[in-house]
Every structure is written in C-alpha cells, then in structure tokens.
Design a protein around this ligand. Structure first.
Ligand SMILES: Nc1ncnc2c1ncn2[C@@H]1O[C@H](COP(=O)(O)OP(=O)(O)OP(=O)(O)O)[C@@H](O)[C@H]1O
Ligand SMILES: [Mg+2]
Length: 531
C-alpha cells in the first residue's frame, strides 16, 4: 500500500511489456501454424508420366553441366593469368613481380566489375535478394487489384440494375477505393524495392573492395598467386549469383506445392453423389413409380435449417402430381432430390437410390424454375435436351411447335440460328421458358418435372403450352410445381406443402371438399382475381 506510485507503475509496465511480447509470440506462432498447407516435394510430380520424368532428369543433368562450365572457366582464367605474369616477369627482369601483381589486379578489377554489372543487370539479382520483402507487398497489391477487378466485373454484369437504382456514383467510389489500396501498395513496393536494390549494390561494391584488398595482401606476401586470387574471387561471386538465382525457382516450386494441395484436394474428393459413377442399375424398362418416404432434409450449407421434415409422397407410373404451397416451403427442393443433386439425411426416395445416376438423369426431363439457356443458337439450345445422339432439325422443330415457340422463331431473321445471348438475355422470360419446355419435350423422358414452367406466360400462350404439356405428360410420370392453381386443376393428385411437410393430398375436388389449406389457397387466389 505504501509503495511509491512510480514503483507500481514500473512493475505494471514490465508486466504489460511481458504480456505484449507474449502476445506477439503467440501471434507469430499462429501465423506459422496458419502457413499455407502444401503437398510434399515429390507429390507435385504425382501425375508425371515417364516422358515427363525423363525430361526432368535430362533437364537436371543439363543444368548441372551448365552450372559447372563457368567456375571451370575461372580456373582456366586463373591459370592463364599466372602464366602471362610469369612469362612477362621472366622476359623483363627490370620490373619487380609485385608491380605486375598490382597492374594485373587493377586490370582484373576493371574487367570483373564490368562482367559483374552485366550479370547483375541480366539476372535482376538485386530484386531476388529483396524478394522476401517484396512478396508481401506484391501479394497485397495483387489482391487489391483482384478486388477492384471483381467489383468491375460484378457491376458490368449487373449494369442494368446499377443504372435502374442510380448506383453509378456509389459503384465508382467502391471501385476507386479498391484501386486506391492497390496504388498505396504499389508505391510502397517500388520504394522498398529501390532501397533494397541500392543496399544490394552497396554490399556488392563493399565486398569487391574487401576481396581485392585482401587478395592483393595475399599476393604480396607470396602466399597466393595472382591467378588463384582471381579464381577464388570469381568462383565465390559466381556461386553467390547461382544461389541468388535459385530463389525464384524455389519460390515457384513452393507456390506449385501450395497450388497442388488445393488441386489435389479437389481431384481426391470423393463426392457422395458421383455423376460419373458406373455403379447402379440401368434397367431396360422403368415404370416411373416414385415414392418419397419419411424424407428429412437440410441443405449442406445450412445444416441447422430443416427444409423437408418427415415428407412422404408417392406418385404412380403415368400419374401427374402437382406440388403446391407457399414460397420457400420446399417444392423445388423435392424435385432436386429426385434428380439426386442431394441426398436426404433420413428417409429414402424409392428406386432412385439404386439406379445409376447418369442413367436416372437421362430418364428425366426438366424445366427448372429459372430456365438456363446457353450462349449458342436456339436450335442448339433445344437440341441440348438429348446429348446422347445427333438430333435432327425436324425433331427440333416438332419440339418447338409443341412448346408454342416455333412461330416466334420462324419470324426471326436468322430463325433457328439466332443466338440466345449470354444466359439467354436476348429472349423474354416467357420465350426462354418455352425454349426450355421444347428442350424437355425433345428428350422424350419417362419422368417430366416442371417447376413453374409456365409462370412467365400470358394466359393465351399458357393455354396452348399447357395443352402441349398435357399431351407430353401422357404416358409419363409428371411432377408439376405451380403457383397459379388453375394450371394444375386437372392433375391426378395434388400435394399441398407447408414448411417442408405434405399436409394434404388428393384431387382438386377432394381437396376443395376438405376445406383445408388447399381450399384456402384457391379462395385467396380467386379473391385476388388471379384465376
Ligand atoms: N442451395 C441452398 N442452400 C441453402 N438453402 C437453400 C438452398 N436452396 C434453397 N434453400 C432454402 O430452402 C428452402 C426451400 O426452397 P425451395 O427452393 O425448395 O422452395 P420452393 O418451395 O421451391 O419455393 P418457391 O415457390 O419460391 O420456388 C428455402 O427456405 C430456401 O431458402
Ligand atoms: Mg421453387
């Protein structure tokens, strides 16, 4: 208690300092632990074939031969200098040998200096020496540029949305902010690179001075000949350069090991659902009975949120089943389970699990909620429905006619060779849907899945397309998702979803008579005049 305050302060300061150093140590440790994972040095060559290995071996031998030549030349050069000096001193005895030593050394210094400057310029040795320092700045600069690039890409791909919400100024600012970071990093990098470069040259010049001073002392004392001093000098310098030159190669190798870790992780990943798997049944004939029993499912990205809970649903062969319910209740998810894009955590989808995945998908025709068109011609987009064979133009036209899109395509200047644009941007929503329907029909599938397939069509074309779909669904098992309940009135069965559970099932009439959830949905829609 009586301690003078400064003593107390002193202790606490020390404690604080200790704590700080501890924290720093911990941080360093963490940084070390968080070092990028790499594969072993030999694993990098995991996929090298015998030709690659042969090339690597030949390259290594050649590199060694190439490296040995220069030091060998230095020995020759040293010997040559010795013999020149000896013959000169034996011819003219008036000049003492020590003067020859000085003259030769001075000449050698000048020559050596020029040679070395050339080597330095060519090999960018200065940059190699400060590479560690620069790597950090380069990484930060690159990631800043990458961020700015990502902003530009995002904005350009959604340019209409940006203009629609007058977000230009905001986006320009966001881009500038990221560029500013890149600029700061670039300036820091340049400043430190040049300081490091200057320091490197200073060190090189100082080491010349030391080597020549000590070399001439050895020559004067008669311990070394001029030739051997020059040989040692050059060989040491060449050795240092050679080591400097390995540094970028070592770094390239290290980044290859890091990259290989990520790539190998993907290559070695064994998906639970393997689209290329050869296992599973490929029956010649399927009936098309589908039975979901006690499905419990949540998406891998959100495992805590249950999407389907104890869901049961059965569709018999040739039947049309309609799925209705509010947005986000799991209708599209059910369809994805049938295509085996995911497997449920509990429960089973009968027959689907034992079938070969590729074969299963080849039996299913789908028009998804957001139809995706590719940036190729309309004919190619429709022909995408069957990739197992060459589709004829007649088939494409027949499918387009069924989907009520043929007359539209026929009026286009380039007809079926019209480009769909990136993601089908050159078509309206309804036209895209009809192309997707034509694609599904062309496949002639056993099971037809329609997820809001006609939602973007006007009543008139919907009627025509609906008729085509009714035709197409004959003799097939069909699952339809629709918000507009008028379109599914004729379905054999209707399943009403509520938060991932099927709460009601039956025909339109049965469900109306029940006066439950379906009845409420229908009356609400009627009330809003959507029907
Ligand atoms: N890839 C995903 N990862 C995580 N959650 C998802 C994913 N896809 C969908 N969900 C969630 O799953 C729930 C059900 O989605 P689903 O697409 O099946 O709804 P839906 O019944 O088809 O709705 P809508 O009528 O609006 O199309 C939603 O709450 C959605 O947020
Ligand atoms: Mg959906």
């Amino acid at each position: 208690l009586n301690k003078p305050p400064f003593v107390h302060n002193h202790y606490s300061e020390k404690e604080e300092n200790d704590e700080k150093t501890n924290k720093k140590k911990k941080k360093k440790k963490k940084e070390k632990e968080a070092k990028e994972p790499m594969v072993g040095p030999f694993s990098v060559f995991r996929f090298a074939d015998s030709l690659d290995i042969l090339m690597l071996l030949v390259g290594t031998v050649m590199a060694i031969a190439n490296g040995v030549v220069l030091p060998l030349m230095c020995i020759v050069f040293g010997d040559m200098t010795d013999s020149l000096v000896n013959s000169a001193s034996s011819n003219t005895s008036a000049t003492p040998p020590s003067e020859y030593s000085y003259i030769t050394v001075i000449y050698s210094v000048v020559i050596a200096h020029f040679i070395l400057i050339q080597i330095i310029k060519r090999s960018h040795l200065g940059l190699f020496l400060c590479e560690q320092l620069l790597t950090n700045f380069t990484t930060k600069e690159q990631s800043a540029y990458a961020k700015a690039g990502a902003v530009a890409e995002e904005v350009l791909s959604a340019i209409r949305t940006v203009f629609a919400f007058s977000g230009q100024k905001k986006e320009i600012e966001r881009y500038h902010k990221n560029l500013e970071n890149a600029k700061t990093m670039g300036i820091r990098k340049a400043v430190s690179a040049n300081i490091a470069m200057g320091f490197t040259f200073l060190m090189i010049d100082l080491s010349y001075a030391l080597a020549f001073w000590y070399g001439s002392t050895l020559i004067l004392s008669g311990e070394y000949t001029i030739g051997s001093v020059l040989t040692v000098f050059f060989v040491v310098i060449i050795g240092v350069f050679a080591m400097g030159q390995t540094s970028p190669n070592i770094q390239t190798f290290a980044s290859a090991r890091g990259a290989a870790y990520k790539v190998y992780n993907i290559i070695d990943h064994n998906p639970t659902i393997d689209s290329y798997s050869e296992t599973g049944f490929k029956p010649d004939l399927i009936k098309g009975n589908i039975e979901f029993s006690n499905i419990h499912f949540s998406y891998p990205s959100r495992p805590d949120v249950t999407i389907l809970d104890q869901m049961c649903l059965s569709v018999s062969s040739g039947q049309t089943m309609a799925l209705v319910g509010s947005s986000g209740c799991g209708k599209s998810t059910t369809i994805q389970l049938l295509q085996r894009f995911y497997d449920p955590q509990e429960g089973s989808v009968s027959d689907v699990f034992i079938l070969n995945i590729h074969w299963l998908r080849s039996q299913i025709g789908i028009v998804s909620q957001e139809p995706v068109l590719f940036n190729c011609t309309l004919a190619e987009n429709i022909a995408y429905g069957d990739n197992s064979r060459k589709v004829t133009m007649e088939e494409i036209e027949a499918a387009a006619k069924s989907a009520n899109i043929h007359s539209f395509i026929d009026e286009l200047p380039q007809k079926y060779n019209t480009q769909a644009g990136d993601k089908g941007t050159q078509l309206s929503g309804g036209q895209k849907q009809r192309i997707a329907i034509a694609r599904a029909i062309l496949r002639n599938p056993k099971v037809l899945l329609l997820d809001e397939a006609t939602s973007a069509l006007d009543t008139e074309s919907e009627k025509v397309v609906q008729e085509a779909l009714d035709q197409a669904s004959k003799g097939r098992t069909c699952i339809i998702v629709a918000h507009r309940l008028s379109t599914i009135r004729n379905a054999d069965r209707i399943a009403v979803f509520q938060r991932g559970v099927v709460v009601e099932q039956g025909t339109h009439q049965q469900l109306l008579a029940k006066k439950g959830v379906y009845h409420m949905l229908v009356t609400t829609q009627l009330g809003h005049g959507t029907e």
